[in-house]
Design a binder for this molecule. Structure first.
Ligand SMILES: [Zn+2]
Length: 379
């Protein structure tokens, strides 16, 4: 399987699929899966490419999920070799998307090909859900496909996302949940004036900074102990005209929460609104929900993956809920057991992104064993 995974990862990295452009990755994946007997359905939405592919029928429905899009490479002089011309050095495959997540995607596809060849009459359904809109706004990708599946009455039982989850190597850490993300944009109004006449003005910057200072020092409600605590971070602050003799009449800031369940966005929004009302009665507050937190149940998928990792690598994975958001946030609320298991994450979104060939090999084996445990149990 090792050579097959490497060759497919190579083919995917060569395609310059910067969000939301799929650049031909999904047609390649669809052709591969069709040759293995999968039924292929393209579910494009606006400029986003989505692929739904199934093999077998009935329950349980096991979904392998991933994305073909990558983040832009950034300045080319920071790369040792061309980000879209895959290169091997020291046992690693280099290129944009090697770890996030064309390597994991290639390993999932080769594992599925191998599995259906070994078990053509397996139980239940094996499916792929692939999008080209994970790194972008994530509006017309996985979220839309899940909506479509729900309308058809299709229920996902297990979902394995091949995102880069490893700390140092594939299998040493898997994600069983993710924190929620909530972004607030605050605009405070005062009255502009001359700094020499403060009595005739109302400094919006003073009001905003007093509120932000209080928010940054607050203790936020505790959440599920399996998660890192709630984090409030100020990301942007803007005020002033640039002149040193003008009191700003308006000041704005952007802040972001990463919060554990069972906290709700509404609770955090109320706390922010109350602090703002005290310091800056004239304000506007706009919120963007970047994804609700989820914690996946400890079910058969997690047991199968942990057993496969232990057998294949000899390590017992850490079960983690850290890191940023992922498309797991759209799949878990529909009732699926979700885990994220992929290669080491150290170089994702960076220059010289790479994946260890040993990780690709291990993952193909781990994915195959996990599928066998769920869809072709012995006896
Ligand atoms: Zn990713």
């Amino acid at each position: 399987m090792r050579d097959a995974v490497f060759a497919l990862a190579h083919e995917l990295i060569r395609r310059r699929s910067v969000t939301p452009d799929d650049a031909g990755c999904q047609p390649l994946i669809g052709a591969r899966l069709a040759a293995s007997g999968f039924a292929i359905e393209a579910l494009p939405c606006a400029e986003v490419s989505n692929l739904w592919a199934t093999h077998g029928s009935g329950d349980p429905l096991v979904v392998l999920a991933g994305h073909t899009d990558v983040v832009p490479p950034g300045p080319l002089e920071n790369w040792t070799s061309d980000p879209f011309e895959p290169a091997v050095r020291d046992g690693r495959l280099y290129g944009r998307g090697a770890a996030d997540m064309k390597g994991g995607l290639a390993a999932m596809i080769v594992a599925a090909e191998f599995f259906v060849a070994e078990h053509p009459g397996h139980a239940g359904t094996l499916a792929f859900l692939v999008t080209s809109d994970e790194e972008g706004p994530a509006r017309d990708g996985t979220r839309r496909v899940i909506d479509t599946l729900m309308q058809r009455g299709i229920r996902i039982e297990y979902c394995l996302v091949g995102e880069a989850s490893g700390r140092e190597r594939a299998g040493d850490e898997i994600r069983i949940g993710r924190r929620g993300s909530l972004t607030g944009t605050i605009t405070v109004r005062g009255t502009q004036g001359h700094v020499a006449y403060p009595d005739e003005a109302d400094n919006a910057a003073h009001r905003l900074l007093a509120a932000l200072g209080e928010l940054a020092a607050l203790g936020w409600p505790a959440g599920d102990p399996q998660f890192p605590p709630c984090s409030f971070q100020i990301a942007n602050v803007n005020a002033g005209t640039g002149a040193d003799n003008v009191i700003p009449g308006e000041a704005s800031a952007q802040c972001n929460f990463r919060y554990p369940p069972p906290l709700e966005p509404g609770t955090l929004q109320q706390i922010v609104a109350a602090v703002l009302a005290r310091h800056a009665p004239r304000h506007e507050l706009a919120w963007r929900d970047g994804g609700r937190p989820f914690l996946s149940r400890a079910g058969a998928l997690r047991r199968a993956a942990v057993a496969a990792i232990e057998r294949r690598t000899g390590i017992t994975p850490v079960l983690s809920t850290g890191g940023g958001t992922s498309d797991g946030r759209f799949i878990a609320p529909a009732g699926a057991e979700v885990i994220e298991l992929g290669p080491a994450r150290a170089t994702i979104h960076k220059a010289d992104e790479c994946v260890a060939l040993a990780d690709l090999d291990a993952l193909a084996g781990i994915y195959t064993s996990t599928l066998s445990a769920l869809l072709a149990p012995p006896g």
